[in-house]
Design a protein. Structure first.
Length: 40
């Protein structure tokens, strides 16, 4: 949500990076290491 709604390009990029790392973390919790590595 923040990736799209933030006005600052820097803050939007940081939000996107944190979102991708968060999704990768969920894959690690599901023991899907390959998908976690591909996500990053």
């Amino acid at each position: 949500m923040g990736t799209v709604s933030l006005r600052s390009l820097f803050h939007s990029a940081m939000s996107l990076i944190l979102t991708l790392v968060g999704v990768s973390g969920y894959y690690l919790l599901l023991h899907a290491e390959f998908l976690a590595a591909v996500q990053i």
